[in-house]
Design a protein around this ligand. Structure first.
Ligand code: AMP
Ligand code: GLY
Length: 506
C-alpha cells in the first residue's frame, strides 16, 4: 500500500518513519515534508491547506491511506473531501474536529455530557468580556483625602466599582482644589495616590486567576493564563479588539484558572472502540525546571510517571468514554486520534483542551515504543474495525529532546547548516526526527551536507533505553553530537516536573 502523510514537522517524520516499517507499505509520501521525511519517505511539494491538489495526488498515485498531522486541514474538512472521492483517510471529519477547532463547542459538549472541566463564560463582544472581568471582586476600600467634595469611604465590591470611585475622586473637574488624593486600603494596608493613572494601575494589578481564550484555532497561541486584571483586559484587547487571531477571536472564553499538574492522554478511536495510547509527559515551558514562556513542547518522555493506571481508568471513564459518546449523539462521530490535555486538580482531573490529532512532540516518543504495525492501527480506525486490534508496546521508556534554534520561542534565524545527525543516530537506541529542517543547495551534493534549519524547533532527538535514565543519557549524548549555530535545548527532559504552586483563584 502507498501511504501519504500530510504535514512537515517532527510528528509527521515520526509517523512516516513508523509507517515505512510496515511490511504492507510500499511507498510513504509526505506533503510537503522536511529534510528528514526526504530521507525516510518521499516528499511531495503540496501544502497541507491545498486540499484539492492533495486529493488529486492521492487519486493519481493510488494512495491507500492518508494520515493527517496538523489540525488546520482537519478543521477545514480535508477528511470529508477525501472520503467524498472514495479515498481512505485517518482523522476526524470537519464537524468532529470542531472539538479542537472551537473551544466554545468543546466546552458546551463537556457541559452537556458532565465532563469535568473549568467553569467558563462565553462572550461575543469585547465590552461584555471586559465588564465581566471588571465584575470580579477586589478587596479594596476607597477613601478620598484632601479637599475633595466626596468625603466618605466608598464601599466598592468589584474592580469596576473601584475604578469608578477612583475616577470620581480624582475627577479633574472635582480637583479645583489641589491636594485631593485617593487612598486604597487592602487588608489593612493603605496606599495613597494623587494620580488617577497610578491608582487605576494599582487596582488593575490586583491578583486574579483567569484564563482568556480565543475560540478558534490560533496556531497554538490564543490562550492567556492571567495573574491580574490588567493581563485579562490586555488579552481581551488582543483577541477581540485588535483581532490578532482574526476570526478565531469572534468569541472569547473566560475560564476559571485551575491549579495542579498538567498531563495529556492520547487515544485512538473509531467512534466505538477507544484505545488509549501509552502515557507520556511533555515539557511545555521553554527553559529548565519549567521556567520561561510556553512553547509547543521542548521535549517529552514516555511513560509518564504521573499517570497511574488508576488515573488512566478514571480519565477513560470520566472523560474519554463520555466525550466519544457525546460526539456520537451529536451526530459527529469521532474517528482518529483524540488528545486530551488535563489538569490534575484537588477535585480530580479536569479537561483543559482537546486536540483532534497526534501530539507533537508526544508522537515522536510514542512511535519508538510502538511494537504493533502503525498502518494496521490507522487503517482499522478509518475502517471502523478497531475492536479487532491489539496494540503492543515496548516496555522500555523513551525520551525526546527538542533542539531549538537561537531565539526560539521568539524570532529565530533559519538556514543554519546542521552537522552530525548520522553520527548521532549511530548511538544505540537513537532516532533523530526532523521538525524545522529543509534541504538547500545543489541536489548533486550529498544529502547530509544540505540539511539546514528551517524552524524554531529544529530536531526531535529521540532515544529508547532500558531505563528512563538510559534513554535520557542516550538522547543527550546524541544531542551533544549534533551541531548547528545557536542550537540549544533543555537539560532536564525526562526528569518529572516538580510540583509548582501558583496562587489560587480568589
Ligand atoms: P489550551 O490550548 O487550552 O490547552 O491552553 C494552553 C495552556 O494554557 C494549557 O496547556 C495550560 O497550561 C493553560 N491553561 C489552559 N486552560 C487553563 C485553565 N483553565 N487553568 C489553568 N491553566 C490553563
Ligand atoms: N504537545 C502539545 C500538542 O501537540 O498540542
Amino acid at each position: 500500500m502507498k501511504v501519504l502523510v500530510i504535514g512537515k514537522g517532527g510528528r509527521e517524520h515520526a509517523l512516516c518513519w513508523k509507517l515505512k516499517q510496515s511490511p504492507r507499505v510500499t511507498t510513504v509520501y509526505c506533503a510537503p515534508g522536511n529534510a528528514g521525511t526526504a530521507i525516510d519517505a518521499q516528499n511531495v511539494p503540496i501544502e497541507p491547506g491545498d486540499v484539492r491538489s492533495l486529493v488529486q495526488f492521492a487519486k493519481r498515485e493510488g494512495v491507500g491511506l492518508t494520515v493527517v498531522g496538523p489540525e488546520e486541514p482537519l478543521v477545514k474538512g480535508i477528511v470529508d473531501a477525501f472520503q467524498k472521492e472514495g479515498l481512505k483517510i485517518f482523522g476526524p471529519k470537519r464537524d468532529a474536529a470542531e472539538i479542537e477547532g472551537s473551544k466554545v463547542f468543546a466546552k458546551e459538549l463537556m457541559r452537556q455530557a458532565g465532563i469535568p472541566t473549568a467553569e467558563y463564560r462565553v462572550f461575543h463582544s469585547s465590552p461584555d468580556a471586559e465588564n465581566y472581568v471588571l465584575s470580579r471582586e477586589v478587596a479594596l476600600l476607597v477613601r478620598s483625602r484632601g479637599r475633595s467634595t466626596l468625603r466618605h469611604t466608598l464601599h466598592c465590591r468589584t474592580a469596576g466599582e473601584t475604578l469608578e470611585a477612583v475616577d470620581r475622586i480624582l475627577d479633574p473637574r472635582e480637583m479645583m482644589a489641589p491636594g485631593v488624593q485617593v487612598e486604597l486600603e487592602e487588608r489593612g494596608q493603605k496606599r495613597v495616590f494623587s494620580s488617577r493613572e497610578e491608582a487605576r494601575d494599582f487596582v488593575l494589578g490586583r491578583p486574579i486567576g483567569m484564563v482568556i481564550k480565543a475560540d478558534g484555532l490560533a496556531a497554538g497561541k490564543g490562550v492567556y493564563v492571567c495573574d491580574n486584571l490588567r493581563q485579562a483586559l490586555e488579552a481581551i484587547d488582543q483577541i477581540m479588539f485588535r483581532r490578532i487571531y482574526g476570526q478565531a477571536g469572534d468569541r472569547v472564553l473566560i475560564e476559571e484558572r485551575l491549579d495542579g499538574r498538567e498531563v495529556s492522554m492520547l487515544a485512538i478511536t473509531d467512534g466505538r472502540t477507544i484505545i488509549p495510547l501509552e502515557t507520556c509527559q511533555d515539557h511545555k515551558r521553554a527553559f529548565d525546571h519549567d521556567e520561561g514562556p510556553n512553547t509547543g513542547g521542548m521535549g517529552v518522555f514516555s511513560p509518564s510517571s504521573i499517570i497511574t493506571s488508576d488515573l488512566m481508568e478514571q480519565v477513560e471513564r470520566e472523560v474519554l468514554v463520555p466525550t466519544i459518546h457525546a460526539l456520537k449523539r451529536a451526530r459527529r462521530p469521532f474517528r482518529g486520534l483524540l488528545y486530551v490535555g488535563l489538569m490534575l486538580t484537588n477535585q480530580g482531573p479536569k479537561v483543559l483542551e482537546f486536540n483532534a490529532r497526534f501530539g507533537d512532540p508526544e508522537t515522536q516518543a510514542l512511535v519508538v515504543r510502538l511494537k504493533s504495525d502503525l498502518l494496521d492501527l490507522l487503517e482499522a480506525t478509518a475502517d471502523e474495525r478497531l475492536s479487532n486490534i491489539e496494540v503492543e508496546w515496548d516496555s522500555r521508556p523513551a525520551v525526546t529532546v527538542v533542539m531549538a534554534a537561537a531565539g526560539y520561542p521568539g524570532a529565530y534565524e533559519r538556514d543554519r547548516p546542521i552537522l552530525n545527525i548520522d553520527a548521532a543516530e549511530r548511538i544505540p537506541g537513537v532516532k533523530v526526527f526532523h521538525a524545522g529542517t529543509t534541504l538547500r543547495g545543489e541536489s548533486n551534493r550529498p544529502r547530509e551536507a544540505r540539511i539546514v534549519t528551517d524552524g524554531g524547533r529544529v530536531l526531535n532527538v529521540t532515544a529508547i533505553g532500558d531505563t528512563i535514565e538510559q534513554a535520557q543519557a542516550r538522547a543527550y549524548e546524541a544531542a551533544a553530537t549534533i551541531s548547528f549555530e545557536g542550537a540549544w535545548y533543555r537539560r532536564d527532559i525526562g526528569t518529572p516536573p516538580r510540583d509548582k504552586h501558583r496562587p489560587s483563584s480568589p
